[in-house]
Design a protein around this ligand. Structure first.
Ligand SMILES: [Zn+2]
Length: 279
């Protein structure tokens, strides 16, 4: 409607001009309307015809470590994700007190909130290998999709930012440059894996899910982790102090130690991953 009124106003101009004034030909400039947007052209049906982006093929890589081959001294790599939120003192204090080595994947987001835990890590670098879990805990998938309801990075630029931003925050906190990356949700698409590998990382899958994203009950988490086998890479969470799982994780650490497990960090041994993550 506005366009119509606008055009009508200018259409009147030649008539209103002083006598003798050469009337301009119907000035095209005054009647040009803005081109219709694609949505206007297509009308209300546009939504129905928008092409859908196909869901990307995601992988959740597996990672194990070279076995000790000694039945009485199985080798296990404990890895803990510090996604966001707090530090789980039940797990952290057990690791420190029992001198159990572990690999901790931290985000920039978590580092900002947990200066005390950072100090504990820095004071115990003989135990802890601190690695990169990203800047904002955004899945490292370079096409738009949702994973467990979390929006993926969605582009290679955003994957780069997630990885580089995580590393920058770690180094600003006093840790050395990370060599391993584990993305939020531990799922990737193949091109993101290649991109992250090109940035100099190996990608940390796992072979034993110890706490189902810290949602397991204490008993179930304890049982799973305590049953770790020679060569297993265990994933669990160290950022949910209010969840029951952490209590079971802490108990499992003691059980593994009692079993004579050789605890290794990912920086100590050869990691054996699939999906082009470590080769
Ligand atoms: Zn996480």
């Amino acid at each position: 409607m506005r366009h119509l009124l606008f055009s009508a106003f200018f259409a009147l101009l030649p008539i209103a001009a002083p006598a003798g004034f050469p009337p301009k030909p119907a000035a095209p400039a005054t009647v040009v309307e803005k081109p219709a947007t694609p949505a206007q052209k297509a009308g209300p049906a546009a939504k129905l015809t928008t092409p859908k982006i196909p869901a990307p093929k995601l992988v959740e890589p597996r990672l194990s470590v070279a076995r000790s081959g000694v039945a009485t001294r199985p080798r296990v790599a404990l890895t803990f994700d510090a996604c966001m939120g707090q530090a789980d003192e039940r797990i952290l204090s057990t690791l420190v007190r029992e001198r159990i080595p572990a690999t901790i994947f931290v985000t920039a987001r978590w580092l900002r909130k947990n200066p005390q835990a950072i100090q504990i890590f820095l004071q115990n670098l003989d135990l802890f290998d601190i690695e990169n879990h990203g800047q904002n805990h955004i899945p490292a998938v370079d096409v738009p999709t949702l994973i467990y309801g979390i929006a993926a990075a969605g582009s290679s630029e955003a994957v780069y930012q997630e990885v580089a931003g995580g590393a920058a925050a770690m180094q600003a906190a006093g840790f050395s440059a990370p060599r391993w990356f584990r993305g939020s949700t531990a799922k990737y698409d193949a091109s993101a894996i290649h991109q992250i590998r090109d940035m100099g990382y190996r990608i940390a899958g796992y072979s034993l899910n110890g706490d189902d994203g810290s949602l397991l009950g204490a008993g179930a988490a304890e049982k799973r982790i305590a049953a770790a086998k020679d060569g297993d890479v265990v994933i669990a969470h160290i950022n949910q102090p209010t969840h029951a799982a952490g209590e079971g994780v802490a108990r499992a650490l003691l059980a593994l130690k009692k079993r004579g497990v050789e605890f290794v960090r990912l920086s100590d041994v050869e990691g054996l991953g699939n999906d082009d993550t470590t080769q």
